[in-house]
Design a protein around this ligand. Structure first.
Ligand code: VGL
Ligand code: ZN
Length: 209
C-alpha cells in the first residue's frame, strides 16, 4: 500500500468511451487491466464520471446542421461537438464492467450542466464551477496524484493540468491512458503540454517498487 497522502484518479473509464461505445476511444478497454493492477495499491481511489443531461451543449444532436468535430461557441467558450455520450443513468455512462473499484471509491461527476462542458475532473471548461474534487483532496490531505484513464488528449489532460495548477505533485500513468486522436503528433502534443506544465510522465510499473 502506498502513502495515505497519495490518490489514484481514474478518469472516465465508462462504457461509452470503450470500443463499441458512443464516443469510442481506440483500445480504451486496454486501460482497465492497468487500473485493476493499480487500485489495490492506493488507500484513496477517485473516479471521475462524464455525466451529461440529454440536452448537453457538447452533443452534436443539439446543434442542427453541425457535425461531430465542429467547434462552436457556447457562451464565450469554444466547444467541440461530440456524438451524444455518457447520458445520465444510461448504460453508456456506467463504469466499465471489468473495472474493479471498491465501494469506498469517491465518485466525481462532471458535465452535468447542459450549458457548459467539463473535461477536467476539477472544474468546468470555463473554470467557473468546481466539482468538489479539490475540496475532497484537501480534506483527505492528499498531496500527490496519479492520473490515468480516458482520454489522454481531453479529460485526462485537463484533469492533470488542473492538478498541477492546484499544486499537487502529479504523475500521469502513461500506459493507463488512450487517446481520442489517433494522430501521434497530436497525442505527443497533449503529453508535451502536460509535461511542460509539470506533470511527471511515468509507467504504472514504477509505482510497484
Ligand atoms: C471526454 C470528450 C467529451 C473524455 C469526455 O473523457 O476525454 N472527451 N467528453
Ligand atoms: Zn463528455
Amino acid at each position: 500500500m502506498r502513502s495515505k497522502r497519495e490518490a489514484l484518479i481514474l478518469v472516465d473509464i465508462q462504457n461509452d468511451f470503450l470500443p463499441g461505445g458512443a464516443l469510442a476511444v481506440a483500445k480504451g478497454d486496454e486501460v482497465i487491466p492497468v487500473a485493476n493492477r493499480c487500485v489495490p495499491e492506493f488507500d484513496n481511489v477517485i473516479v471521475t464520471q462524464d455525466w451529461h443531461p440529454p440536452n448537453h451543449s457538447s452533443f452534436v444532436s443539439n446543434h442542427p446542421g453541425r457535425h461531430v468535430g465542429d467547434v462552436v461557441k457556447v457562451g464565450d467558450v469554444d466547444q467541440v461537438l461530440w456524438p451524444d455520450h455518457c447520458i445520465q443513468l444510461s448504460e453508456g455512462a456506467a463504469f466499465a464492467d471489468a473495472l474493479e473499484i471498491r465501494c469506498d471509491v469517491a465518485i466525481f461527476r462532471k458535465g452535468t450542466d447542459a450549458a457548459m462542458d467539463s473535461y477536467s475532473g476539477f472544474f468546468d471548461n470555463g473554470h467557473k464551477h468546481a466539482t468538489g474534487l479539490h475540496d475532497y483532496l484537501r480534506e483527505h490531505q492528499i498531496e500527490r496524484l496519479f492520473v490515468m484513464g480516458l482520454a489522454t488528449d481531453y479529460c485526462v489532460k485537463f484533469t492533470a493540468l488542473d492538478a498541477v495548477m492546484l499544486n499537487f505533485e502529479t504523475f500521469l500513468l502513461i500506459d493507463g491512458c488512450r487517446s481520442v486522436s489517433q494522430d501521434p503528433i497530436q497525442v505527443d502534443e497533449a503529453i508535451d503540454q502536460m509535461q511542460a506544465a509539470g506533470v511527471q510522465i511515468i509507467h504504472s510499473n514504477e509505482i510497484f517498487s
